[in-house]
Every structure is written in C-alpha cells, then in structure tokens.
Design a protein around this ligand. Sequence first.
Ligand code: DAH
Length: 353
Amino acid sequence: MTELQDLVDQAERAFADVDHAAALEDAKARFLGKSGAITALMKELAQLAPDQKRARGAAINLAKQAVEHALQARREALAEAELTSRLTAQAIDVTLDGRGQLGGGIHPVVRSWIRIEEIFRSIGFDVADGPEIEDDWTNFTALNSPQNHPARSMQDTFYVDVNDARGQPLLLRTHTSPMQVRHARAQVRAHAETSPGMSTLADIRVIAPGRTYRVDSDATHSPMFHQFEGLWIGRDVSMADLKGVYTGFLHAFFERDDIKLRFRPSYFPFTEPSAEVDMMFDSGPLRGRWLEISGAGQVHPAVVRNFGLDPEVFIGFAFGSGIERLTMLRYGIGDLRQFYAGDLRFLEQFNPA
Ligand code: DAH
C-alpha cells in the first residue's frame, strides 16, 4: 500500500468515526486544512525536480480528490442521519385518536325548567321572565309584606348598593312572586290602552320560572336557587282549580299517575287562605312519605288590588315551587349542593353521550 493510499484510508476512517457535522469539519482540517497532511505533501512538491514533480503532483491530487470525495460522502450521510432523527423526534402519529371536543350539556335544573314550561304551555299558560335584581316594593310591599312585616325576616337576601325611585336599595329577588305583580300589571296596563274597562280582560294565566336568592346554604338550600311562580286570575278561579292544575302538572312532570296531593294550611302574606302543597308517591323508594313541594293559596285581595284589579271581581290562585326540589325528587338526588359543585361526573349523568 502506498503512503498516499494509506493517507486516504486514514482520512476515510477519521471521517467515518465522527458522528456529527462539527466534528467532521475538525477531521477535515487534519487532512485538507492549512496545516493538514495533504497540504503538507503539496508544499513538499516545491523541492522536487520538475519531472518528478508532475508525477508526484498528479498522485497527490488523486489522493486529495479521494479524501474530498470521502468527506463529501460523509457530510451527506451525516446530514441525512440528522434529518432522519429530527423527523423521528418530531413525528406526528396520525393514527392516534384525537383529543375530542367535550360537548356541552343541559343542566338537570334547566332540564326541569324546560319541562315545566312545556307542561304549562300545553294547558294554556303564558311564560313570563323578569329581573333578578328587584325593587323592594315589587318583591315585598306589593305582595302584602310592608316594611317591618315579620314575614320579611324569613327571606333575608342580598342588597345592591343602588336605591330605587322610592329610595329603597335594590335587592336580589327572594322569590319569583314579584313576577305575579309585574306580569299582572303589564296585562292590565296593555288592556287599559285598548279597552274602556276591565270587564273584557281575559284571564291571566302565567308561570314565571327563574333564579331567586336568599342568605341560606346547606344540603337543601343554596343562596341561589330556582323557582317557578304560577298565577291564574279570573272571575271564578278557585282553590279546586289550583288542585286540578297542580295535580295535572305533577302527573306530567313525573310521568306517573300514582301521586297524591294534600294542601296543608299555612301562612303567606300574599295569599288567603294559604297552603303548603305536599305530594306523595304510591310506589318507589319515596313511597308513602309526604314531600313538601310548593307554597300556594288564593291571591290576597290586597295583592289583587296591587295588580290594578278589583278584588270583588277578580279572584284566583298562585303558587311558587322550587325547581331544585322537584328535580331532586325526579332523579333521586340527595344533596342540593351537587347541582352547583360543577362536578362533571354528576352532570354527565343527565346528558348521556
Ligand atoms: N313565594 C313563596 C316562597 O318563596 C312561595 C309561594 C307561596 C308562592 C304561596 C306563591 C304562593 O305564589 O301563593 O316561599
């Protein structure tokens, strides 16, 4: 093996030994750099006689070309290896499942809310909506609970730092009952614009579902909760009609007929007489237990007057029921706080995928 071939072999081995581009450039310098082995041979040419110079020069050039060729080949191999390793590291596995999008769902309380609206619409009730920030007069006074009335203490609430036109602070409504006043007054006002008297006023039949607020928090009370108010005012609407309407509602809501109803005498400032409505299932896990579900009564004459109507002519009933309570009974939920804990394991049960 000639000395030049030996040098080419050394270079090839040196290039093969490095495993990244920067090291390859160092190896190159050892052969082709200013003080590299090949360059040194070139410099020695100067001392040779002209006839030797040509042959030796040609041989050195061949060796130099072989080294350059080996260098270039190694460069390309390293570049390719680096590209391959980058591609592997950054690979996207197109066969992996996607992360998916969680679909929204309907909250169980809203599910009930929707059902309640559907059921009452089907028997000719309107559905009304009103403000959650209410004024003191509409939430209390118009409903026959004047300032300092003891019944007010049962409905402590959250106040807003803004006074209404009467100088009373606005408040978060403690029940949906103020919607009786708002809706009835709106009907009466609209009728008055087109008719000379109330004798042609159609019956007022409405439910008003929505959020309500009280300073209350335990397993059966949340500071924010939902009620729906019912009101039917006409000329001969009685407590018997209330019983019929409410029984029909419960049968539709729970999708079963084995439900008994009882009215237990009670007190509300805005009704006289007043009742608590209890219901009982004839079968199932809650069988035989009276369950309190609603307040109700015949609308008090003072309240009918605040509607803008003559209580000697207009009479009817009202009720106010808790939507959480009905939802808990329908689905067998034990703790009301679960509705508002935001736990998907609970909520997903009402929205099967
Ligand atoms: N507003 C009452 C409450 O929140 C419930 C109620 C009772 C509403 C009797 C009524 C009613 O309309 O007639 O406790």
